[in-house]
Design a protein around this ligand. Structure first.
Ligand SMILES: [Fe+2]
Length: 255
């Protein structure tokens, strides 16, 4: 019974928002680059599930950190391969790429060298905060990013324990020019009730700028993406387009 309710809400959301294709600027769809999709087949199944859920644009964002040397060339070649397979399979999606920076030496050195991997060729730089603490220099890094012409996008701040205890910190990061991106996985409760509540609160209080799936596996489409889309419809109706379609497009344009 519950599954039927979820499915009907999900269809309702998709129908209501047909003219607004969703944008996902954070997911791990490229095969074999990180802890996301494990094969081209899985990438294509994820893409198909997202297209069926109403998404029209994806920027795949493999993890960028100090423990793996994932360079721009390898990411772009993999994206090209997957894009060709999407065309061959007639999956109606635009696929681009970026990266998800951990707060690490590589982030700081790419910033210094003005060689940060950005989202879909825009000036947006996706970065996640450590889960247990907030780096004391974080506002300086935000400031330096903006000074260098980048716009930081903070991935799932609701998962940072410090931010959970000091909610005004998100406002401060916004004031330094960061865009706030809430994750479907937090909204689905994958990291516990406390983080789930914090994630919904960021939407209710209009602190969030963007939503992103952060999908890692094909199972995430059924167990995370579709149930969260249904709940978004219940809570916000078409207003959820702001985070799924309008703001991502504006941000990609540099607005
Ligand atoms: Fe991620």
């Amino acid at each position: 019974m519950m599954a039927l309710i979820v499915l009907s809400n999900f269809k309702c959301l998709r129908d209501h928002m047909q003219s607004h294709l969703f944008y996902d600027l954070h997911l791990h769809l490229l095969p074999g680059l990180d802890d996301g999709a494990r094969s081209l087949e899985e990438s294509l199944a994820m893409a198909r599930g997202l297209a069926d859920s109403g998404f029209g644009f994806l920027a795949a964002t493999p993890h960028l950190n100090d423990s793996q040397l994932l360079d721009l060339k390898r990411i772009s070649e993999t994206q090209r391969l997957v894009s060709q397979a999407l065309d061959a399979q007639k999956i109606a999606l635009s696929l681009d790429f970026g990266g998800e920076y951990a707060y690490c030496a590589r982030l700081l050195s790419d910033l210094r060298n003005r060689s940060l991997v950005t989202l879909a060729g825009s000036n947006l730089v996706l970065m996640e905060l450590p889960e247990s603490f907030l780096p004391p220099q974080i506002c300086n890094v935000m400031f330096e990013c903006v000074q260098a012409g980048y716009r930081p996008v903070i991935a799932h701040p609701e998962r940072c324990e410090y931010v959970l205890k000091n909610s005004n910190k998100i406002q401060e990061l916004s004031e330094y020019g960061a865009a706030i991106q809430v994750s479907f996985r937090s909204l689905a409760g994958l990291f516990g009730r406390k983080i789930e509540r914090a994630a919904w609160r960021l939407l209710e209080e209009n602190t969030a700028d963007l939503l992103a799936t952060d999908a890692h596996r094909v199972e995430d489409i059924k167990h995370v993406v579709q149930p969260v889309l249904a709940r978004l419809q219940q809570h916000f109706g078409e207003a959820a387009n702001l985070w799924l379609s309008r703001n991502p497009q504006l941000l990609l344009k540099g607005a």
